[in-house]
Design a protein around this ligand. Structure first.
Ligand SMILES: Cc1cc2nc3c(=O)[nH]c(=O)nc-3n(C[C@H](O)[C@H](O)[C@H](O)COP(=O)(O)OP(=O)(O)OC[C@H]3O[C@@H](n4cnc5c(N)ncnc54)[C@H](O)[C@@H]3O)c2cc1C
Length: 395
């Protein structure tokens, strides 16, 4: 089959809309029908929600659906599944795994979380100590994960665990899909600076994972995790937004609507940040076009770096612009939000929540190292533990 062009995609989308009118079709039924028609993510293979079409043609489908007021899959609620689990399953999963997991993931029936970071392994993720030990047809997992966003909502997790402590740290890791409802999985909230608990500690005690939920070969989990992490940075820093769609939107609006707050100094800073936000937005657009040609590379790290710095500077400016009012923070009750909503909340929330942007998905310091080594080809950091068995590393 030749890949459909824009006209063909438009025709197929209209056919979907005619067969399942959004106004009278149940939301989930519509999304399932869209997936089955190959119009979910058009660059995915036929039978897995796509049509093997160029990724650049997705906007053709999206525009038709928006014009018809069709429901979407609420991508912010299922960001970890869409942005990280799905590309990893597509890249490394068996046919059976792709069949089982991709449809409910895309439709949003099953939320995913990411069990990577541990109390002793964040930036140095390959040092992780959660153990997966072979037991008959499967694995038994014991350990602790931390900062796990959405674990309290998730049905499935992407999990990396140590399967061989006798080889150097990057080589003894395997990658699994963990059922968050299985016995031995315990999720406890972690309260953040915002007062909310978006993320969690997750304790894994004797959790049994069948071998058919392993992604990639035993011991090759680090390679598989690279796909997840590269995609994570693009999905955090490079999502498609309209002009003034990000953090700069609310502050620019306040500036226009409330002239009494303006000062010359703040004007200069706002203009500079507005231009930088627009440059970052357009760079994100270019990055997405590069993605059309293949997998994300280290450039996504640069994008995520810029996103974190800008969010923190813009939200700081907004608090200053608002004066005393900017220091108000309305709600300190511990809530368990379903998604991170930067623009729909108050300035105080934005200021506090954006602090996490330079930590989540890789800290800014670590991303600077990646850009230095892999984009600028500067000498790498000394790594004395490369050839030492994980079990012999000092901890
Ligand atoms: C909001 C939020 C959501 C998150 N969600 C998830 C999630 O869903 N799943 C998940 O697995 N993890 C998640 N994380 C965890 C995140 O990936 C880690 O916090 C991050 O990788 C840093 O690890 P760490 O906290 O252990 O800090 P550490 O690695 O201990 O770093 C401490 C400090 O040392 C610096 N540092 C470390 N190594 C170097 C180096 N080589 N060069 C220079 N400086 C260095 C760091 O930049 C940092 O400032 C989340 C974090 C946040 C804030």
């Amino acid at each position: 089959m030749t890949a459909p062009d824009a006209a063909e995609l438009r025709r197929r989308t209209r056919e979907l809309l005619a067969a399942h009118p959004p106004a009278t079709t149940d939301r989930t039924d519509f999304l399932k029908a869209r997936f089955d028609a190959g119009l979910a993510w058009v660059h995915y293979p036929v039978g897995l929600g796509g049509l093997d079409a160029p990724r650049s043609l997705q906007p053709v489908v999206d525009a038709e659906l928006v014009a018809a007021d069709a429901p979407d899959n609420d991508p912010r609620r299922i960001g970890i599944g869409l942005g990280m689990a799905a590309p990893t399953i597509l890249g490394f999963g068996t046919d059976e795994q792709k069949e089982r997991f991709l449809r409910p993931l895309w439709v949003g029936e099953e939320v995913w979380c990411q069990l990577f970071s541990e109390p002793g392994a964040g930036s140095d993720l390959a040092a992780l100590g959660t153990r997966a030990v072979r037991d008959g047809e499967g694995w038994v997992v014991d350990g602790q994960k931390v900062w796990t966003s959405s674990a309290h909502l998730a049905r499935w997790a992407i999990l990396i665990a140590r399967t061989d402590p006798d080889v150097p740290k990057h080589r003894g890791i395997s990658y699994f899909i963990c059922d968050m409802t299985d016995p031995g999985v315990e999720v406890r909230p972690l309260r953040q600076i915002t007062g909310e608990a978006e993320f969690n500690e997750v304790f894994l005690t004797g959790v049994r994972i069948p071998d058919n939920r392993r992604l990639g070969a035993v011991g090759e989990g680090w390679k598989v995790a690279q796909t997840t992490l590269m995609n994570e940075r693009v999905s955090i820093g490079g999502s498609r937004i309209p002009r003034e769609g990000g953090m700069i939107g609310p502050v620019a609006r306040t500036w226009r609507e409330r002239p009494e707050l303006r000062t010359h100094d703040l004007h200069q800073r706002l203009l500079t940040l507005w231009v930088e936000a627009e440059v970052a937005r357009l760079t994100g657009e270019r990055l997405r076009q590069q993605l059309v040609a293949g997998q994300p590379g280290p450039e996504g790290s640069g994008m995520k770096l810029a996103f974190a710095r800008l969010n923190q500077e813009i939200s700081g400016l907004e608090v200053e612009l608002l004066g005393d009012e900017g220091l108000l923070y309305g709600d300190w009750t511990m809530r368990r939000p379903e998604l991170v909503d930067f623009t729909g909340r108050d300035a105080g929330y934005r200021y506090l929540r954006s602090k996490g942007n330079s930590i989540e998905g890789g800290t800014s310091e670590v991303l600077l190292n990646i850009v230095a080594e892999r984009v600028l080809a500067l000498p790498s950091e000394p790594r004395n533990d490369k050839d030492v068995a994980w079990k012999d590393l000092s901890r």
